[in-house]
Structure formats: C-alpha cells, structure tokens
Write a protein that binds this ligand. Structure first.
Ligand SMILES: *[C@@H]1O[C@H](CO)[C@@H](O)[C@H](O)[C@H]1NC(C)=O
Ligand SMILES: *[C@@H]1O[C@H](CO)[C@@H](O)[C@H](O)[C@H]1NC(C)=O
Ligand SMILES: *[C@@H]1O[C@H](CO)[C@@H](O)[C@H](O)[C@H]1NC(C)=O
Length: 480
C-alpha cells in the first residue's frame, strides 16, 4: 500500500509494506494525558524466595539499571501465595526457614524471622510493600510481624493482609462458618485493618484480588478506607493452568492489550475517587508456567505496551512478579541469563526516562501499530514510541510499517534520532541463544550488567514530517 504524501519517504524506507499517514503530535500535554509514576515499572518478589533473590547479583543490578533510567528506585512488593503460608517467628535467626523436596519447589509452610525485614530495609532502595498472612487467621502473629516490619524498614510503603483471598479454599482458617464471598472478605479486611492500624499506621494495601473487582470492595470497607494507602489487583492476561493454552500473538497484540487493560479503568477510578492509589500489585504474562510464551521476545514487547496502556487506564504501578528462583518462566532474572522480558522493561523505562511526566496514546487502539508521546513536566513532547505488534514468528517475510508524525516539536527539516528494540522473531528467547538488542548493540549478561553500546539511528525529517519504519514485532523510541 502507498500512502498519500509519503512519496519522498518511500524512497528512503526499505520494503515498506504498510504506511500510517501523518499522526499529529500535540505541542503541549493535553489535559487528558496520564501521569507517570516514578516507579511505573515495579517488581514483585515471591515471599519465600525474597531472601534468595537478595543473594543473586542480578537482583541488585537489574533494579539499579531500571533506577538509573528513571532517576528513582524501583518499588518492590514482597508477597504472593507463600505469604499466606508463612508464620512469623521472632526468635528465628535466619530470614526464612522451610523444607522442600526439590530446590525448585515452593514450600507449603514456612516461618520467617526479624532479619527478613532488615534484609528488605538494607537491600531494597525503593518503596517496599510487604505481604503478610491472613489466610491462616492468626491475627496476633501477623500483628507482631507488621510491627517488626514497620520498626525495621524506613522504606516501608504498605502492608498487605492476605494474597488473592478470592482463591481461598473453603477450608481456609480465615473462612467463617457462614462461608466466603467478596462481602465476607471485605468485612474480614476491615476488621483486620481496624485491629492492626493503631500499631503500624494507615498503610494497608487492600483487596489483592486476582478475579474479584476492587470497585465493589471499596464501599464495603466503609470508614476503614482511611486505613488504606493503595488498592491492588493481580493480573495475568494468559494462563497455562489446568491445560489452558496460551498464544503469543494474542498476548502481544496492541488492540488486545488496549482492550484487556481497559478492564481495570473503572477499578482505578474508584480507588482514586476514594483517595487511595491503584496498582497491579502482582502481574506477569501467563500463570502456571508461562505456557511457552513468557520467556520470549514477544513477551518483552508485551511489557512495553502493557505498562503504557496500564498508565493510560489509571494503573499507577505494575509490579512484575518474579517467582520461584530457577523455576520461573516469566522471571526477568534468576538462575539463567537475563531473560528477554527484561529487555522490554528496560526499553519502556528508557522511553519514560528521568524526565517523562505525562503520557498520551496517538493511535486509536484498534490497529496493530501503537504510537505514544511522552511529555516532560513542562508539558513539552520529548519522545515518541512506536510499537508494531504485528506477529512475526520467522515464517514468511517480516513486514514493516512506516509511521509518520508531524506537529509537536518536529522541525520542518533536519534529523531526529531513534532507538530500536529488536530481536530475530517474537518467539526468540535470550536464554536459548536468541539475540535481542536495544539500539543495535546493548544486551545484558547473566548478572544483568549492560554489555555493548546503544546507537541511535538517524531519522530524516522532510517537510515537517518525521517518518520511521518499524518491522513486525519490533519497537522504536524517537527522540524529539
Ligand atoms: C517512596 O519512594 C519515593 C520516591 O523515592 C520517596 O519519595 C518516598 O519517600 C517513598 N516513600 C516511602 C514510604 O518509602
Ligand atoms: C483507527 O486507525 C486506523 C489506522 O491506524 C484506521 O484504519 C481505522 O479506521 C481507525 N478506526 C477508527 C474507529 O477510527
Ligand atoms: C526464532 O528465532 C530463534 C532465535 O532467536 C530461532 O531459534 C527460532 O528458530 C526462530 N523461529 C523460527 C520459526 O524460525
């Protein structure tokens, strides 16, 4: 297809198979632009595995890399299924204690001691949210853990009481004889917040649901919303549980991501209306082992678009979960080289930068090609991002889309620069030898150190129009 007005450009863009005619970039941030949090990309660490993560060099390096790109430390949540299997032992000398049959198993029961919290204070630089147990219905034990956490962690942001209570078994100790429901859970949350807040303050992260919607819980909390700092929902767009099938092209589809993340908009709005923050407190691509799609380059591209769409829908932070070390398909690092998904986290953090303040989408959300603009705090457009979500799995020819921009900050003629995130195909895995690169030369070694140098491409501006070419399953940042 040939696009009107692009004749000049078509000579310089090789094998253009599709073109998107000029998109106008606003000159100043519109009032509808979304605010970007300094830890829009955040990390969740599975509760029992947290001490083990502090022993991996990659944990510190990966978090430091993202901090450098954003100029602010990464917020970390420590929690997950095993928070609801954990009992605090104030006399335990080690951070955690448990027994498992195989090193890649998660424990069915564990204890943790005071050094769990001193480790969280010493090793994590950003806001830390700690997930404690509610499922076992031992409120005195959780209260003593919460007090110890509060007293040892200057970086404490919030405390969760229970993880995914929507999935509690009817035999869970917390479930009353009258049964479990969202209403029963909200009453339980309210009574626990009321009991524990006087000792630690109004710092709770409420809900922590996987399937229930948080909007319904807020009125059920009543005045206990005053004990709450943030509302958390968990999100895995795909699942490999119980034989469910996963699909990479669906995961990374821009229109699919737009549609999926819009499902959180009402929940975010209700939290904000109640005066509390709204986070995806635990998220990643596919639950139950990732179904083969989680460690891929396509999942890296998904992260880029998913983080930005989250922000547009009022999700202030997305905490990407890192599970059992050594048995975790969606993990960014662990006992394998730095995985392909980390490249997506790094790239979207590069786009948001130290100066990104407001975000706007420039496409209509129904096509395969996404365009975004980020504005600085003065409201000036500073960078564009183009994501071509057309699926390339190495069969057939890799298509390419030319996208043109005019307006906001683009000069009438000259040269701009661009940074490309690319890989051999969407199914490529860094841990299987696939080479994903940022700016042509940057990769990460097994300890998450940056290897190589980023090179920005030149982009010609002609007649006030800037045109870039982005291949299927690729993303590009343009510096204005
Ligand atoms: C959370 O992080 C921000 C940014 O680093 C910092 O200003 C704030 O003090 C932190 N809050 C807590 C409670 O740690
Ligand atoms: C959305 O944009 C695409 C081009 O990117 C266009 O083909 C389509 O008609 C637009 N849809 C709507 C509803 O505006
Ligand atoms: C996709 O790229 C990887 C290398 O990263 C390669 O191993 C794989 O064979 C490619 N897929 C196909 C279908 O060729």
């Amino acid at each position: 297809m040939r696009c009107k007005g692009l004749d000049v450009v078509l000579f310089t863009v090789a094998s253009c198979t599709t073109c998107i005619a000029a998109i106008t970039v606003p000159t100043t941030a519109p009032s509808t632009a979304s605010t970007i949090d300094s830890s829009q990309v955040a990390v969740s660490l599975e509760f029992f595995a947290f001490p083990g993560y502090t022993e991996l060099v990659s944990t510190e390096t990966c978090l430091a890399n993202l901090q450098a790109l954003r100029g602010a430390p990464v917020a970390v949540r420590i929690g997950g299924t095993t928070q609801d299997r954990a009992t605090y032992d104030p006399s335990l000398a080690t951070p955690v204690s448990y027994t498992v049959a195989s090193p890649t198993d998660a424990p069915t029961s564990l204890t943790f001691g005071p050094s769990f919290f001193t480790l969280a204070a010493s090793d994590l630089k950003g806001n830390v949210t700690i997930g404690l147990n509610r499922q076992l219905n031992n409120q005195a034990n959780t209260l003593s853990a919460a007090v110890q956490a509060k007293n040892s962690m200057p970086n404490m942001y919030a405390i969760e009481l229970g993880n995914e209570p929507d999935l509690y078994a009817s035999t869970s100790p917390i479930v009353p004889s009258s049964g479990w429901s969202q209403t029963a859970d909200a009453a339980s949350e309210k009574s626990w917040f009321t009991a524990i807040a006087p000792s630690v303050g109004n710092i709770f992260q409420a809900a922590v649901y996987l399937s229930w919607r948080t909007t319904a819980t807020i009125p059920l909390l009543g005045t206990s919303i005053n004990n709450v700092r943030s509302v958390s929902e968990h999100s895995y767009p795909q699942s490999a549980c119980n034989g469910a099938t996963t699909d990479l092209s669906t995961l990374m589809s821009h229109s699919g991501i737009v549609s999926y993340t819009s499902g959180f908009k009402a929940d975010a709005a209700s939290a904000h209306a109640a005066g509390v923050r709204y986070f995806l407190g635990e998220t990643n691509s596919a639950t139950c082992g990732g179904g083969g799609i989680s460690p891929t380059f396509g999942a890296a591209l998904w992260i880029v678009d998913y983080v930005l769409q989250g922000a547009l829908n009022g999700i202030e932070r997305s905490y990407f979960h890192q599970g059992t070390i050594g048995d975790c398909q969606y993990c960014w690092w662990g006992r394998f080289t730095t995985g392909a998904p980390f490249y997506g986290a790094y790239f979207v953090s590069t786009f948001l930068g130290t100066d990104g303040a407001k975000l706007e989408m420039l496409d209509n959300g129904t096509g395969a090609v996404a365009s975004y603009v980020i504005f600085n705090s003065a409201g000036a457009p500073i960078r564009l991002l183009v994501y071509n979500s057309n699926y390339y799995d190495a069969t057939g020819t890799r298509s390419s889309t030319a996208v043109s921009f005019t307006g906001g900050g683009i000069p009438s003629a000259g040269t701009a620069t661009a940074l490309r995130l690319t890989g051999p195909n969407a199914t490529s895995r860094v841990d299987e030898g696939g080479i994903v690169t940022i700016g042509g030369g940057v990769t990460f070694d097994g300890n998450c150190n940056v290897v190589g140098t980023e090179t920005r491409e030149n982009v010609v501006v002609t007649g006030g129009t800037l045109t870039v070419s982005v291949q299927a399953s690729e993303a590009l940042i343009v510096y204005l």
